[in-house]
Design a binder for this molecule. Structure first.
Ligand code: ADP
Ligand code: MG
Length: 346
C-alpha cells in the first residue's frame, strides 16, 4: 500500500475528478481537478448537493450506478460557465463500521471523446447519404441514356435503313458496284442497331422495368452463362416479389456486381442464385463453387465493389453477408425489406 501522503498527492494531482459524497448527497470533498474541469474552486464546490450539479435527466443514472461496479457514462455536469460537461465515472460505496456512509466517485471528462465520436458518426452518415445519392443519380442517368440511345438513335437508324433499301431497289441491274455498296451500308446499319441495343441494355435492362425483377435475374443469369461458360442456375420461391423499382434495381445491381466478381475472381464452374421471401424481407443468396473469398478481402478497405454492394443494401434498410470457404466457394446473402418502411435506418 502507498503511504497516506502519497495517496493524498495522487488524488490532488489526478487528471480525473475525485469526489466524495455523503449519504444525503452533500459533496464532502472534491479534488483540485474541479477547477480545470468545471471552473469552480474546491471551496465553491464542497458542501453542494450532488443532485443539483448533475443534469436532471441524469440523476437517476448516478443513483443506479452506485449499486453496480460498471462505470456509468454520459453523466452531464454543469460547468461554471453554464455549459454541460460529459463525464463517465466509477462509483464506490464508502463504508464505515459496516455502515454505508456515502460514495466516492472517480469521474472522467469524456466531452471531447463524445464530440469526436459524434463527428465521426455524422461524417460517416454524410458519406452514406452522398453514396446513396450518387448511386441514385447514376441509375437515373443510365436509364435516361439507355432510353435516348434506343429511341432516338434507333429511330434514325431505322429511317436510314429504309432510305437505303429504297435506294437499293431503285438501282438498276447494271449498277452492280453501287448496289453492292448500298447493301454493305444496310448491313452496317443493322450492326449498328444491334450494338446500340446491346449498349442500351447493358446500361439499363428494359426487362427490369417491363417484366420485373425475377425475369431480369433469369435473363442476366443466362446472359452470364452465355458470356462466361459458368453455369448459373436460378431458383425462385415465387414468380414475382412485390418490390418497388428502387428496390428491384438495387437487388439487380447487386446480383450483377456479384456475378462480375465470380467471373473475375472466383475460378468457379457453377453459380446458384436463390430468391425467397420471409417475414416481409427478400433474401437473395448467390453461391459459387470457386476458390472462396477470405476475411481480408471481405472487409478490406480496397474492396470498393463489396463496399458499394453493402452501401446499396444499407440505403434501403437491408444488409449483405459475405462469406467464403477456401477451395469451396463464396456466398453472398442479401436481405432487404420488401416494403419501404425500413428506409430510415441510421
Ligand atoms: N466470388 C468471389 N470469389 C473469390 N474472391 C472474390 C469473390 N468476390 C470477390 N472476391 C475477392 O474480393 C475482392 C474485393 O472484391 P470487390 O470489392 O468487388 O473488388 P474488385 O472486384 O474491384 O477487385 C476481390 O478483389 C477478390 O479478391
Ligand atoms: Mg468487384
Amino acid at each position: 500500500m502507498p503511504e497516506p501522503e502519497d495517496i493524498l498527492s495522487l488524488i490532488q494531482n489526478a487528471l480525473d475528478l475525485i469526489i466524495t459524497v455523503d449519504l444525503d448527497g452533500t459533496i464532502s470533498y472534491v479534488s483540485p481537478a474541479i477547477e480545470r474541469l468545471l471552473g469552480y474552486t474546491q471551496e465553491e464546490y464542497i458542501g453542494r448537493n450532488s443532485r443539483t450539479v448533475v443534469h436532471p435527466d441524469d440523476v437517476s443514472k448516478v443513483m443506479k450506478v452506485s449499486k453496480s461496479t460498471n462505470p456509468s457514462t454520459d453523466i452531464r455536469v454543469q460547468h461554471k460557465n453554464g455549459s454541460w460537461i460529459i463525464f463517465e465515472g466509477l462509483v464506490k460505496k464508502r463504508i464505515n463500521n459496516s455502515r454505508i456512509v456515502g460514495v466516492v466517485i472517480n469521474a472522467r471528462d469524456i466531452t471531447e471523446r463524445k464530440r469526436v465520436d459524434e463527428e465521426i458518426r455524422d461524417s460517416r452518415q454524410q458519406l452514406r447519404n452522398l453514396s446513396a445519392h450518387l448511386q441514385a443519380m447514376r441509375e437515373e442517368e443510365r436509364k435516361q441514356i439507355s432510353i435516348d440511345l434506343h429511341d432516338e438513335l434507333g429511330q434514325s437508324l431505322t429511317a436510314l435503313k429504309m432510305e437505303l433499301s429504297w435506294l437499293e431497289k431503285k438501282l438498276s441491274g447494271d449498277q452492280l458496284l453501287l448496289k453492292e455498296r448500298v447493301i454493305s451500308m444496310i448491313k452496317l446499319v443493322d450492326d449498328t442497331v444491334r450494338s446500340i441495343q446491346r449498349i442500351s441494355t447493358e446500361l439499363r435492362p428494359g426487362i427490369l422495368d417491363d417484366l420485373g425483377l425475377t425475369e431480369a435475374i433469369k435473363w442476366q443469369a443466362s446472359e452470364f452463362t452465355n458470356r462466361t461458360g459458368i453455369r448459373c442456375t436460378v431458383s425462385l420461391s415465387k414468380e414475382e416479389f412485390p418490390l418497388d423499382q428502387d428496390r428491384a434495381t438495387v437487388v439487380f445491381r447487386i446480383f450483377q456486381e456479384t456475378l462480375t466478381n465470380v467471373a473475375r475472381h472466383a475460378s468457379a464452374t457453377r453459380v446458384a442464385v436463390a430468391l425467397n421471401e420471409k417475414y416481409g424481407k427478400l433474401y437473395m443468396k448467390i453461391k459459387d463453387n470457386g476458390i472462396g473469398i477470405n476475411q481480408r478481402q471481405i472487409s478490406g478497405s480496397k474492396s470498393l465493389g463489396l463496399i458499394g454492394i453493402r452501401e446499396r443494401a444499407y440505403s434501403l434498410g437491408g444488409s449483405v453477408k459475405i462469406s467464403g470457404v477456401s477451395g469451396k466457394g463464396t456466398t453472398v446473402i442479401l436481405t432487404i425489406p420488401i416494403d419501404g418502411n425500413d428506409k430510415t435506418r441510421d
